[in-house]
Design a protein around this ligand. Structure first.
Ligand code: SAH
Length: 231
């Protein structure tokens, strides 16, 4: 997968994506990363990329002419993603779709965001990583990319490890335990040490259901609906 990122802080990349599984995948060429400094496309000698909002109000807005020039030079097709709290919420389902693309281009902005006209002109889609506000799109793009890159072929060591995780089948994951068997008076649940695979599976499913119902009524409802459709 080919990834391009337009930003005024190219030095923030690859950031944590350069470490661990995503970093190894980058070294191995399972994905490539190109950053573009939007400031290189500024017209004035100060390298201005933004200006005051039309209609007044706080903050600064990225200019369409500067970002447009950067996009014209570097956007060569595929999905064009603008990280924004106004966007479509990022879910594991969307992550799986994005992981099947050959090329993703990200626009990362700061301040109040971007002049809407340039987003329209290039057909950018807005994606949000959650209902809270960050200082910049770079953090959001890295989180999205972290979730996508781990699903690329050959990135996760164990091919199974993605299929039983939280959000697959609308359930959160069951709790995990490791050694020692007894820690500060707390024992690993006996069923996990039984070696009885069906019992372990049943216990994990029951735990998943319990935690999903308690913590995420929205997911729990989707799970119950999906079960209904199976009958
Ligand atoms: N005034 C804007 C928020 C600007 S935050 C509003 O109310 O919608 C500055 C930048 O950080 C945004 O342009 C976006 O690129 C990024 N950002 C902030 N929160 C985000 C989120 N939840 N998801 C994705 N990007 C986000």
């Amino acid at each position: 997968m080919k990834v391009k990122v337009l930003t005024i802080f190219p030095e923030l990349f690859p950031g944590f994506l350069g470490h661990s599984l995503t970093g190894k995948a980058l070294d191995e060429g399972k994905w490539t990363l190109q950053t573009v400094n939007i400031r290189d496309y500024a017209f004035d000698k100060h390298g201005s990329v933004d200006d005051t909002p039309a209609g007044g109000g706080a903050g600064m807005v990225m200019r369409p002419d500067v970002l447009g020039a950067a996009l014209k030079a570097h956007y060569t097709g595929g999905r064009l993603i603008n990280m924004s709290p106004r966007g479509r919420p990022l879910t594991q389902k969307l992550v799986r779709k994005l992981a099947m693309e050959d090329e993703l281009t990200f626009i990362c902005s700061r301040f109040e965001g971007i002049d809407e006209r340039v987003l329209e002109a290039f057909g950018a889609e807005d994606i949000s990583i959650g209902d809270y506000v960050l200082t910049g799109g770079e953090q959001a793009a890295q989180i999205l990319l972290d979730a996508v890159v781990r699903l690329l072929p050959g990135v996760l060591g164990n091919a199974d490890s993605a299929s039983e995780e939280s959000f697959e089948n609308f359930l959160l994951e069951y709790p995990q335990y490791t050694k020692p068997q007894l820690w500060q008076g707390r024992a690993v649940p006996a069923v996990l040490l039984s070696g009885h695979h069906q019992n372990i599976k049943n216990w994990r499913l029951a735990q998943s259901k319990q935690v999903t119902e308690a913590r995420r009524p929205d997911l729990w409802k989707k799970y119950l609906d999906s079960e209904k459709n199976l009958v």
